[in-house]
Design a protein around this ligand. Structure first.
Ligand SMILES: Cc1cc2nc3c(=O)[nH]c(=O)nc-3n(C[C@H](O)[C@H](O)[C@H](O)COP(=O)(O)OP(=O)(O)OC[C@H]3O[C@@H](n4cnc5c(N)ncnc54)[C@H](O)[C@@H]3O)c2cc1C
Length: 399
């Protein structure tokens, strides 16, 4: 059973369907939403992917698969125009359409069902999965599960539940158009914050933008090929094989691969900011080395409390704050029972992303293996090779 169908478990479903190695009756992939929504709150107009289309759901391990992005283009009758266009990074909205095109061809994916609890029944040696179906709790059993529920946006500081504070993950759902505010504070310095600032500059009438980050500067993501090897199966397995001390050091060194702004986007944004802030009525400020500790709201105004390294605590006042401080992993713990959590704690994850729970039952984990397999694991471009390993270890469990 696949729990959650985002790009990671969808890639697994495509690879299984392609090979026909497990019968449809033995498979169930359950997704809470009615369709695949790929970070829908962040599909900003014209936003493109951060990875090239060849790193799709299947091609890195099965380049001849019918689920490739190029076959999607062929199916739409647009293959040759697409190849002529030279586009490497399609728009995010198009990639989301590709994900849904792939999902529609797979009979064992079920949409609109939320899993509310997963336990392990020791006597039956099976996972017990509870879903919410029309308000009723329904129980079913599975021998193996692959958890692909993604990550959650959980800012680590307190903030008021107010329309004046927007999380990046909700940006397109919550931003009011036309936005006619005096000032906005954007917290965090990754790709999401850069895209949101570009949106504010190009689509709203905001007069002042303050960009605050704990980083020493607005950094570029490192796209260089020698570093990029970390996104391959060889890269993840190398990370896995290192001792815990070195893994810790490596994780910090690998962060520039995923934290920061895409270099070409950064150049475009810099130019936008340059011309925008040359206007008399506009003000743009970057505050670095500063950690936001909390946001409060007094008399309709937000106070954003922060501490700059080596300085006293300080406060910014603003009409709107947008929090872009990234994801927190561990969303899976919301649906895993205490019993299953303690069984998992007694087991180490294998190089094949597997937690052995009993002799013939296992749980595999998607996109949450930063500690064991490195920071690149949270990007879906690593999914096909991860899923190849999951399929191989599933096969050896069955035999
Ligand atoms: C704006 C943005 C752009 C990105 N662009 C790229 C990119 O270009 N390339 C790249 O490699 N990575 C990119 N990433 C990284 C991102 O992590 C991956 O794109 C990808 O979404 C990870 O896939 P996933 O399936 O593991 O998780 P998710 O995409 O989060 O999917 C998890 C799924 O599980 C479902 N679910 C959750 N809980 C339950 C439940 N209880 N029951 C049933 N279903 C449930 C959710 O509804 C969701 O559909 C981007 C991230 C962001 C935020």
């Amino acid at each position: 059973m696949g729990i959650g169908v985002g790009p990671s478990n969808l890639s697994l479903a495509c690879l299984i369907a392609e090979k026909g190695i497990i019968s449809n009756q033995e498979l169930a992939f359950i997704e809470a939403n009615e369709r695949i929504t790929w970070h829908s709150g962040q599909i900003l107009p014209n936003a493109t992917m951060l990875s090239d289309y060849v790193w799709d759901l299947v091609s890195p391990v099965e380049p001849t698969s019918r689920f490739s992005f190029l076959n999607y283009m062929k199916d739409k009758g647009k293959l040759q125009e697409f190849l002529i266009s030279g586009i490497k990074r399609p728009r995010r909205s198009e990639f989301e359409d590709y994900l849904n095109w792939s999902a529609r061809q797979i009979p064992f994916i079920e949409f609109g069902r939320k899993i509310i609890n997963i336990d392990f029944n020791i006597e039956k040696s099976l996972f017990e999965i509870s879903s919410d179906i029309d308000g009723e709790e329904v129980l079913e059993f599975a021998q193996n599960i692959v958890l692909g529920v993604g990550k959650k946006y959980i800012p680590i500081f307190n903030y008021p539940k107010s329309s004046k504070v927007i999380l990046a993950s909700d940006f397109m759902h919550k931003i009011i158009s036309p936005l006619n505010l005096d000032d906005v504070v954007v917290i965090g310095s990754g790709q999401s914050s850069a895209e949101i600032i570009s949106y504010l500059i190009n689509n709203t009438c905001v007069n002042k933008i303050t960009w605050i980050t704990k980083a020493a500067s607005i950094n570029d993501i490192d796209n260089s090929p020698f570093r990029g090897v970390a996104f391959t199966d060889i890269g993840s397995q190398k990370h896995f094989a290192e001792c815990d001390n070195l893994k810790n050091t490596l994780r910090n060194k690998e962060k520039p691969l995923v934290n920061g702004v895409d270099p070409s986007f950064s150049e475009e944004l810099f130019e936008d900011v340059f011309y925008w802030s040359n206007r008399e009525d506009k003000l743009f400020e970057v505050i670095t080395n500063s950690t936001v500790n909390s946001i409060g709201e007094v008399d309709g105004l937000l106070n954003i409390n922060f501490k700059k390294e080596g300085k006293e605590k300080a406060c910014l006042y603003s009409s709107l704050a947008i929090i872009c401080t990234g994801f927190s992993s561990g969303v899976h713990s919301d649906i895993l029972s205490d019993n299953l959590t303690s069984i998992l704690k007694q087991n180490d994850i294998t190089e094949n992303y597997e937690f052995k729970v009993s002799t013939n039952s296992s749980m595999w984990l998607q996109s949450n293996n930063i500690i064991s397999h490195g920071v690149t694991d949270s990007n879906f471009i690593t999914s096909p090779s991860r899923n190849k390993r999951i399929i191989e270890s599933l096969g050896s469990n069955k035999s």
